[in-house]
Structure formats: C-alpha cells, structure tokens
Design a protein around this ligand. Structure first.
Ligand code: GSH
Length: 286
C-alpha cells in the first residue's frame, strides 16, 4: 500500500496543534474556537475531509494516485462548521461539505468527483475516461451513501462506546468521556444538515444492497486494479464497500465500536466477492 508520508505527518501536526479544526479549543470552552491559519500555513493545496467518509476517500485516493501535494485537515462535524464555511465560501443558501479541496492557486472544489477530475489535470493517464459516465455512476451510488450515513449515525447514537470513540478521534483520550455528549450532538447535527432520517435501518441496508448488486457489473472481479490500470470507476466502487466492511487502511482508522456501526455482516457475506476485490485494489493501487 502506498501511503505517502507527507499526509501522515501533516495529519499529526494538525491534531497536535488543533489550529485547523479548533475542536479542542471549543471543548475547553474557550471563546475563540477557531484560529485562522497564518498565510504561511495556507501556502500550497489543502484538503478538508472526514477520513472515514467514502466521499473523502475518493478524493484522497485520486490526489494520492497522481501524487498531488496537499495538506490534509480532518473536519469535525458541527464544531468545525464555521471553519469549513470560511474555507469553502459556498454561495449563500448552499451547504459546505467535505471533501473540500483548495488547490495551490486558491481554486475551490467541493465535490468528490470534481476533485478526482482536478487531480487528473495534466496527467497522461487520467482516472476519468468519460466524465458523463463517471457522473452517472456517482449518481447511482449517491442514494446508497445517503442511506449509509443514516444507518451509521443511528447506530452510533445508540451505542455509548461508539460515541466515545467518535469523540476520541478529535480530542485527547482523557476528555473522551466528556466529549461523548458533544459527539451525539455532532451526529444529530450532521443527520439534520444532510436530511438523513434516522431509525430505518432495514430500508437503509436494502438501498445499499440494491446498489451493490448493480456495482458488481461495473468492475472486473477477477482482475482488481493495479496502479497502472486504476480508474475513477474502481475508486467509486471500492469506496462504497466501506459501508459493508470498513477497509483496513492506516489512514482510515476506526475504533472497534465505530467499525461495527459501519459494517454489516449479512451484506459482507453476500458481497464477499466485492469486498475481496476492494481489498486487493487497496493492496495494489492505494
Ligand atoms: N456530493 C458530495 C457529497 C459530500 C458529502 O455529503 N459530505 C458529507 C459527508 S458525511 C459532509 O460534508 N459531512 C460533514 C459536514 O457536513 O459537516 C461529494 O461527492 O463530495
């Protein structure tokens, strides 16, 4: 697995400083939750994302594949909203979402497919062969990802361990107990912001199942991609499987309870061929 060190180290710097997300400041009850980065730290390209989110992973995979240099910032739902809006500057009335990529010319891209397209710029072997069909595939997948957001949020809200783990991702371990209620607020906030209706797990699983059936036809299960053959289709399909069995990749670390919230044992059995294909794709092309 190729996992460029630059991202590992920038992640560590971010979580130590707390400047970019401002989460630790907010929890400590200080009046100034966000500290604007200095012009020096703003140099270069930036990606704001949620590491566990399939949308973010699409963008990171494409940028890493093309070895685009950028600094990664982990977004914190709800508490990170003002910072995200300040960075994204969405037109009035529009949501700010992650992944958000700001290139080194300051151009903003707030859609995973647009970021894949941007990562292709100047490449002799672009990931997207045909933007219309990639858009069509992304549109096919979108309801499954929305259903997954609803299911995972419902499960996390119902599991104190998962709430605690979600908080641990953003704050020091000793504050995790304190932060769990904030996590719950954050999860509900996210559901409301994206119009996810909670507590309908059966429907959510069925929506995902139907999509997975169609995705089997999109890839060659006998021949997982390599770095040389990887396409946007492979990335779009592979990242959906996070909702079946989270991938074992160091940059997408999930605690055991949150991992349980994402996984689904019966889908993992039914789509073990797709999961095996995804795991092979990560080994060879991520
Ligand atoms: N169509 C968008 C979808 C992005 C999206 O839904 N992002 C959610 C992921 S859960 C998000 O930004 N959540 C964090 C937040 O809204 O604060 C894309 O492809 O990038």
């Amino acid at each position: 697995m190729v996992c460029p060190l630059k991202h590992e180290s920038s992640l560590r710097v971010d979580s130590e400083s707390g400047l970019e997300t401002g989460f630790a400041c907010s929890l400590a009850g200080r009046a100034k939750p966000f500290v604007a980065p200095s012009p020096v730290t703003m140099a270069g390209a930036h990606l704001y994302g949620l590491a566990y989110s399939p949308w973010t992973e699409r963008a990171r995979w494409a940028l890493d594949h093309h070895r685009v240099a950028y600094r990664y910032h982990e977004h914190v739902p709800m508490l990170g909203e003002p910072l995200l809006r300040a960075k994204a500057r969405p037109p009035s009335g529009q949501k700010a979402s992650v992944p958000l990529f700001i290139d080194d010319a300051g151009e903003r891209y707030m859609d995973s497919l647009a970021i894949i397209e941007r990562s292709d710029r100047g490449s002799a072997r672009p990931l997207i062969a045909n933007i219309a069909s990639s858009r069509e595939l992304a549109a096919t997948i979108e309801p499954a990802l929305h259903a997954t957001r609803a299911r995972v949020t419902s499960r996390i809200l119902a599991d104190p361990e998962a709430l605690k783990e979600s908080a641990t991702a953003a704050v020091p371990a000793w504050m995790a107990g304190l932060a769990a209620p904030v996590s719950a607020l954050g999860a509900k906030y996210l559901a409301k912001k994206h119009g996810a209706s909670l507590g309908k797990e059966r429907d959510d699983i069925e929506t995902l199942r139907k999509t997975l059936v169609t995705l089997r036809d999109e890839v060659d299960l006998q021949r997982p991609p390599t770095r040389e053959t990887l396409t946007a289709t492979d990335i779009l399909v592979a990242t959906v499987l996070q909702a079946v069995e989270p991938v074992d990749a160091p940059h997408i670390h999930l605690g055991p309870a949150v991992r349980r919230a994402w996984a689904d044992a019966s889908l993992a059995r039914e789509f073990s061929d797709l999961v095996a294909w995804r795991d092979a794709a990560y080994r060879a092309a991520r």
